[in-house]
Write a protein that binds this ligand. Sequence first.
Ligand code: F6R
Length: 609
Amino acid sequence: MCGIIGYTGHRPALPVVLEGLRHLEYRGYDSAGVGYVLQKKLHRVRAKGKLHNLEDALTNLGAAITVSCAIGHTRWATHGIPEERNAHPHFSNDGTLALVHNGIIENYQELKAELVQKGYGFESDTDTEVLINLISFCRQSEPSLLAAFAKALSLAHGAYAVCMLDCEAPQTLYAARMQAPLLVGKGVGEYFIASDIPAFLASTRDVLFLEDGEIVVASPNTCSLYTLTDIVHPLKREVQTIQWGIQAAQKGGYRHFMLKEIFEQPTVIQDCLSGRIKADNHIDLPELASMPLPKQIHIVACGTSYHAGLWGQHILENLAHIPVTTEIASEFRYKERFLIPQDDLVLVISQSGETADTLAALRTAKEHSIPTLALCNVLGSSLAREADRVCYTQAGPEISVASTKAMTSQMLLLTCLALFFGEKKGVLDPLQQKHLLATLKTLPITLANELPTMHEKAKFLARKYAQAKSFFFLGRGHCFSLALEGALKLKELSYIHAEGYACGEMKHGPIALIDPHFPSLVLALDDAFYPKITSNVVEIQSRQGRVIAITNPGTDIAVDDRWEIPKVLDPLSAFCVLPCLQLFSYEMADYLGKDVDQPRNLAKSVTVE
Ligand code: F6R
């Protein structure tokens, strides 16, 4: 979604802001802009399309190079098409205030109508221009700009993160958040306001996390926090230090962030397990200490995190004998009848911890007094703060829009959870537990050894199948959720139509689509499902369908392309299957010349409904 960066300090602000925007590019955007005050007048430069268009427009900065406070924005269109006039910052009619904004003001039409009646005019189609004029209007009757800012924001309904400049106080940034991420970076003699940490990570790791309904007023040497309802008594907030550095948010020699993140998975597995497998071969999750065993678990998530949840359902039911449902958050949040009892657990999964639907689902569960647990990657994110308990997936920053290593870490944590609950419930077979833990410990090495070979095979297959217009991804058991994920990755990255199916469902309709131009990628591991899967493959081949099979050495499946991966104890084989699917889509998209790290129409963190 949109990205915000504001800077106030002692350095030339525009290069700092541009650099910040570059680090926010991964969130997805279709226009960008910067704003600053020069000689008591507000200025802005905006451009449609990618950041280099904005940079081109900013080549002759002239005196503006001296400004040491500025705001910047990458916009992902919600209200109004991606045009320069809709790009941020937006100015108040009197030209004294400038605003960048993430989120949606739901009542902007009513607010706009009232402002039009009062004589305000609008150049853009955005809710942001309404908000900045509302602040400007409130300024006429309020004793200070801070009071007007708080008043206007309390009249706005919906989600927002905003950062504002005033031409009369050129070194001061005003910012606020409500259900959209915003944080403050604290440097030496400088402050940053940003929607995500990478925007300022090159300058500081010291962060102040904001809560919903809070306001920040920052200038180079001071930063005060208030709430929308109290702008007199400043809040106290501890500075937190981020544990990862800027290297983690750079490509590190890889062609794309996505490739880097796929290759980071062995380390991610190690990091996620570290401290969680005890010397006495037990899983330790101190975050869950004293939590009663749930009767049933309801997993709620979106997209790739939902697929991780589906995989987790399989593992939790098999190892912990706890019934599990898995639901898409945008459906869960609008349940007409909420039938979940209070001794169940709602388990929300999210890489970003800011996904609007998942957050709303969590809030719904809390409203019904259901215990909640979040599996989340981003420290201090809304989900992490609002859930009763949180287990961090410790995957490090995921920059590529398409989620890869985050899913691996979610699946790993779900495995830990299943082992933890299974042991607590007394249903876990000690021998199975021993074998699973032993396999988990060797997974990082197994995967690190295999990734280069997998990559080569993915390259070969991507070139061979690049002409396909559609693909099936098929699996059974725990591999069904991986098939869904394989299809999602292919469509979002290469824009090739792809569908994930349970193998056994093919004969109930989808097989009608099979012809020589509609290939299938089948997950045919050497497990209990193998005989069934080979029958399904024969059915596809009888209709002249081409088949790629991800399988293990020693199987006899005869297909167009065998893709052999080492045999790993089930269901942990998933940790070798998933990178193959990710690499296949990555290579396909790269070969077809697509924008791998920022696929069209997508955003990294979906903070709107
Ligand atoms: C796909 C992808 C998305 C996200 C989904 C949920 O590659 O990244 O489907 O998984 O938007 O995001 P989080 O996990 O941040 O809640």
